[in-house]
Design a protein around this ligand. Structure first.
Ligand SMILES: Cc1ncc(COP(=O)(O)O)c(C=O)c1O
Length: 492
């Protein structure tokens, strides 16, 4: 549970170190509802750059940052994709992750959630230990940002083929160059990341915060992200009571974000849709392979994936996500969007979409077609990060899919093929046997390879296991509040 105080001396050292840096810590409840954040802290925030390693930015690790990313928005930033864009009657609603502070992606939320229960209970020593953040690029940046604020060493462990923008960002934020560990391959080479962690963690000063394994990652999305989706839904349903929250769609890396689906399924009967790259169809077909949808598809079933609570698996090709990313970001494609009559609000929102965002949208379209969803069925998903993280990928895509250059006719052909052509292929509604197949695939990673005890692994088959997890939040929040009270007292 990580709620009892493990080592009072470590906790006390953490308090001294954090107080000296002026750190204060938000609770999970505050991140779920930032209007409850202490007004004195909210006032301080207005003068803080959202992309600076400033301690108050911890209080911006939520979905309610406004367009400027400095103030609060009562409804989380989102865009509703209408049928003129998607070709389906069901509205597809995308929440913007690039409004999160420091890294422009919501993975900083997962990083905070994985570290803070350890920090406030004396399980992590920010003075003596280094935090290791295994990731395909955004979680490790979130971890490095949190580490920098706390004044501890944070080590990013990521595949060497991730985007140049990620490495540039890391170069600016790590304390020492050897705090970036490049492992072999691309986003689907997670085994290599684990191997690097295993080797580094032989040194007790290195603490691995494994997002694929830490239940706090599931829990934080189950609480914070699900509440954000519900707030958007309540906003859209105002004056339109017939609108249902019918599905939550998320391409899975760690499957943390998909945790929001577990809450939305329970409270609204939403279908939970896990998405992966067609070139690496692990959930769909026990498959493997490399792909270009950065951040997802890690060739294994994460420990924190609530497989038995997943209703649909959908796979999307990286040719489709590459093509749509280029059409959205290459000015030469604009006439094609004009001709299709895409609304200005959608055009303006495209800058919030990275590759996995297009993947989520395409999967939502495929889901709407597969399940026969209509205009009263809203599908919710996230744009984990935005286009700003990937300009360096455009030349590759132009060469790969557009014969070297995008033009309006090629853009229209790409839209016809990949957007209009999004079909019910490679979508599977899961019955019990199919869920079991995916669940059992996880055995090889977690029990055989990573040494998780069998009984612990199998406990995750039961609904009770997952439904009891949110009860950790009040206990974690109490521990955070107690720690934060002491920080405040030391600051006086
Ligand atoms: C760009 C991007 N999209 C999607 C995901 C998947 O999110 P999750 O790890 O919560 O499944 C990640 C995770 O790192 C990501 O970086």
């Amino acid at each position: 549970m990580l709620t009892d105080i493990h080592d009072p001396a470590v906790r006390s050292r953490a308090l001294d170190a954090l107080a000296a840096r002026g750190v204060r810590l938000p609770t999970f409840a505050e991140l779920a509802d930032p209007t409850t954040i202490d007004p004195a802290i909210a006032a301080e925030l207005s003068g803080v750059d959202p992309d600076a390693p400033h301690p108050r930015n911890l209080f911006r690790v939520h979905w309610h940052n406004d367009e400027s990313r400095r103030g609060l928005s009562p409804v989380p930033g989102h865009v509703v994709l209408p049928s003129v864009v998607t070709g389906v009657d069901a509205p597809i609603v995308v929440l913007f992750g690039d409004r999160f502070p420091m890294i422009g992606a919501h993975k900083v939320l997962a990083a905070y959630a994985c570290l803070v229960p350890r920090l406030v209970t004396g399980r992590f020593d920010p003075v003596e230990q280094r935090a290791l953040w295994p990731s395909t690029g955004n979680y490790c940046r979130g971890g490095v940002a949190i580490s920098r604020i706390l004044g501890c060493r944070g080590v990013a462990i990521l595949p060497e083929e991730m985007s140049a923008e990620r490495f540039e960002w890391l170069g600016r934020w790590v304390v020492a160059p050897d705090d970036i560990v490049r492992t072999h391959g691309s986003e689907s080479n997670v085994k290599e990341i684990y191997d690097a962690c295993a080797s580094l963690s032989r040194d007790p000063r290195n603490v691995v915060l494994n997002q694929f394994r830490e239940l706090a990652n599931h829990v934080v999305h189950r609480e914070v992200t699900a509440r954000a989706v519900e707030r958007v839904h309540a906003h859209l349903a105002e004056g339109r009571g017939s609108l249902r929250l019918s599905a939550f769609v998320s391409a899975t890396g760690s499957a943390g974000t998909l945790g929001a689906g577990s809450a939305l399924a329970k409270r609204h009967g939403a279908k939970v849709v896990a998405v992966e790259a067609l070139e690496c169809p692990t959930l769909l077909a026990n498959g493997y392979g490399a792909h270009h949808i950065q951040g997802i598809g890690d060739k294994h079933v994460p420990y924190i994936h609530d497989v038995m609570g997943t209703d649909v698996v959908a796979a999307v090709s990286d040719r489709a996500t590459d093509a749509l990313f280029a059409v959205a970001n290459d000015p030469a494609a604009a006439p094609a969007l004009d001709r299709r009559g895409w609304p200005a609000a959608v055009r303006a929102a495209l800058r919030h979409f990275g590759f996995s965002s297009f993947c989520n949208v395409l999967a939502a379209i495929k889901t709407a077609k597969t399940l026969g969803l209509g205009s009263d069925d809203a599908l919710y998903t996230v744009a984990t990060d935005g286009a700003a993280l990937y300009p360096s990928e455009l030349p590759r895509i132009r060469a790969r899919l557009f014969g070297g250059a995008v033009d309006p006719a090629k853009a229209e052909a790409a839209l016809a093929r990949h957007l209009d052509g999004a079909s019910i292929d490679h979508v599977r509604e899961l019955d019990h046997q199919e869920r079991l197949r995916i669940f059992q695939l996880g055995y090889f990673t977690w029990v055989e390879q990573q040494g998780v005890p069998l009984a612990e692994f199998e406990a995750r088959k039961s609904r009770t296991f997952w439904d009891e997890l949110p009860s950790r939040i009040p206990a974690w929040d109490a521990a955070i509040r107690a720690f934060d009270d002491e920080l405040r007292a030391r600051a006086r």
